[in-house]
Ligand binder design. Structure first.
Ligand code: GDP
Length: 300
């Protein structure tokens, strides 16, 4: 996996630098506080967390009289970290239970990076000495299956695929069965992300999950969210979170956006921790989400 800090530094710390600059102004009047608020909202922090942060910062700056760059940075760091909820459990459940492999279901809207994230995660687990089976349950697009096959070949993970247009639940079932048979450590199932109707999605994902559970428990439901799509992507993510019991978020394309604030709003709105971040298209461009490192990267 790549180092979060190095990869974020290039595009991300626009937010942190902007805030530090604003907070270091000689006069912190209403206008400057409005600008601070705007900076946070532009970075997708979300309106409610932004208000909470600004209020807290205003009080602290006043009470502590914090004005030197070092003091301001410390305050801002504490505030951002508090909003990122450092105490959330971010354990990724990929370890097998005795004879049974762990099952990770990867869900989200098409184009967010599900297949890429499944491949990258497989790469990490194989690199750690694990045996991984990938299930290509996005049977609606032949290209998606081929893409997962390419990832499997590349990272050394077996791929279970079904016929084009076949039943996604049956591919998921076969992948778990293969995982058990091969004594794999982890089975990662890549699903289709067609947001046709909520009921359709619910039926489809619900069935995939029920069918898998005939064989093994689903340990992790990873919701993939594209950081560049902002609040719009978040609304779509919310639909998935209503349909399946999401246990973690993989936030992709953080390399291509200055909107790192989405980490704060997505966790707050979905009540689920960000566990992984995608920082590029390559096989090693996946990192565990570490709040401390993330905040330091934001502040540059
Ligand atoms: P899916 O439809 O959800 O399975 O999405 P894909 O895995 O096919 O990804 C869609 C596009 O996003 C592809 O071109 C990926 O290479 C790209 N992508 C995925 N994750 C990342 C990431 O973290 N950073 C960047 N820059 N691109 C990514």
């Amino acid at each position: 996996m790549v180092r979060l800090r190095g990869r974020l530094a290039r595009s991300q710390n626009v937010l942190g630098r902007g805030l530090l600059e604003l907070l270091s102004r000689d006069r912190l009047d209403d206008e400057v506080w409005d600008e601070i608020e705007e900076t946070l909202i532009t970075a997708d922090v979300g309106v409610a967390p932004t208000r909470a942060m600004v209020e807290e910062l205003r009080t602290k700056v006043k009470v502590l009289g914090a004005r030197t760059p070092v003091e301001v940075r410390k305050l801002l760091r504490e505030e951002l970290l508090a909003q990122i909820a450092p105490d959330l459990d971010r354990t990724l459940h990929t370890r097998p239970h005795g004879e049974r492999p762990a099952v990770v279901l990867v869900v989200g809207v098409n184009g967010t990076g599900k297949t890429t994230t499944s491949g990258k995660l497989a790469r990490v687990l194989v690199g750690d000495g694990g045996k991984v089976v990938l299930g290509a349950a996005d049977t609606f697009r032949a290209a998606a299956t081929d893409q997962l096959q390419t990832w499997g070949d590349r990272v050394g993970a077996g791929v279970v695929r079904g016929p084009e247009g076949g039943d996604p639940a049956s591919v998921a079932f076969d992948a778990v069965a293969k995982g058990i048979e091969d004594k794999a450590d982890t089975v990662i199932i890549d699903t289709a992300g067609r947001l046709h109707t909520k009921t359709g999605l619910m039926d489809e994902l619900g069935k995939v999950k029920r069918v898998i559970e005939k064989k093994a428990a689903v340990d992790e439901v990873l919701l993939v969210l594209d950081a560049t799509t902002g609040q719009n992507g978040m609304r779509q993510a919310q639909v998935f979170a209503e349909v399946v019991n999401v246990t973690g978020i993989a936030l992709t394309k953080l390399d291509g956006t200055a909107k790192g604030g989405i980490v704060i709003s997505v966790q707050r709105e979905l009540g689920v921790p960000v566990k992984l971040v995608g920082l590029g298209e390559g096989p090693d461009d996946l990192a565990p989400f570490d709040p401390d490192v993330f905040v330091d990267a934001l502040l540059g």
